[in-house]
Every structure is written in C-alpha cells, then in structure tokens.
Design a protein around this ligand. Structure first.
Ligand SMILES: [Fe+2]
Length: 162
C-alpha cells in the first residue's frame, strides 16, 4: 500500500494495531493460565475481555471508512510476544515467572499506548472525530491496565521483601 498522505498512514497504523490486538488476544489466555497469583490471573482475564472490545472498536473505525477490517503483520508486537513466550517457558519459580510476565505485559501495553496515542491525534487531524473518541476509550483502557500491572508488580515485590 502506498503511503502518500496522513490518511494512508492512519489506515496503515490501524491495520498494524488490529493485527497486534489479535495476537495479544491469542497469548493472553496462555499468560492467565501460567499466572502464579490470583490477582495477576484476574488481570489477564479481564484484559482479555477488554481486548475483545478493543478489536470491535477498531472494526467500527474501519467501518466508518467503508473498509474491511484487515491486519498487517507487525514485527514489533511479534517480537514482544516472542519474548513473553520465552519467559513463560524458561522461568520456573512462580514469583519470577509472574514478574517476567508482568514486565512482558507492560511492554505490550506501552506499545499499544504509543500506537493508540498516535491514532487519536491523527484521527482528529483528518477530521474523524468519532473515530478519535473510540480510539481514546481504548487508549484509556490500556493506560489503566498498565497502571494495574505496575501496582501488581509493586505488591509482589513488597510481599517478597516482607
Ligand atoms: Fe489492547
């Protein structure tokens, strides 16, 4: 796809994050299954449900543009997920495994936060205010999830220190 305009770039990035969300949706149940603490498992499960809603929002944005939802391979998220899988297969100690998975999940969230932040501002610039609102909702969810992960990581560290 030729990327000549901001509009083209917007669609490309929409496809990038659509692909990313779908990959994340696949790995979240595996992370939930491996989680050592109930709080972390709940967090992953809750975010899985949230991710389904985020995918639906992206589909709505594609629809606003009369475009079929389509993903484009995102090497960045593939790399982050690959690292998460490595941690899941190599960490034996439950506390270490949880710490590693939290860190991996935060890398995912940070990637998403940068993408959605960009999409919100581009949507406004190309006059897609309704799309900007939808994407902002997802951005807020990703930020909340990131904060939740930070809280879980701190709690786990305090428990270990005690
Ligand atoms: Fe997401």
């Amino acid at each position: 796809m030729a990327m000549k305009t901001l509009d083209d770039l917007f669609v490309h990035t929409l496809r990038d994050i659509y692909y990313a969300e779908k990959q994340i949706l696949k790995v979240l149940p595996k992370m939930a299954k491996k989680a050592g603490s109930d709080a972390l498992r709940d967090g992953f499960e809750k975010h899985q449900a949230e991710t389904e809603g985020q995918i639906e929002r992206l589909e709505q944005v594609f629809e606003m543009r009369d475009q079929k939802p389509r993903g484009v391979t995102c090497d960045a998220i593939n790399g982050i997920i690959e690292e998460a899988k490595e941690i899941m297969s190599e960490a034996d100690d439950p506390a270490v495994l949880d710490a590693g998975m939290i860190a991996a999940a935060q890398a995912v969230e940070h990637y998403e936060i940068t993408r959605y932040g960009t999409l919100v501002s581009w949507a406004k610039q190309i006059g897609m205010d309704d799309a900007a609102k939808l994407l902002q909702q997802t951005l807020d969810e990703e930020k909340k999830t990131d904060q939740l992960l930070t809280d879980l990581a701190e709690k786990a560290l305090n428990k270990q220190a005690a």
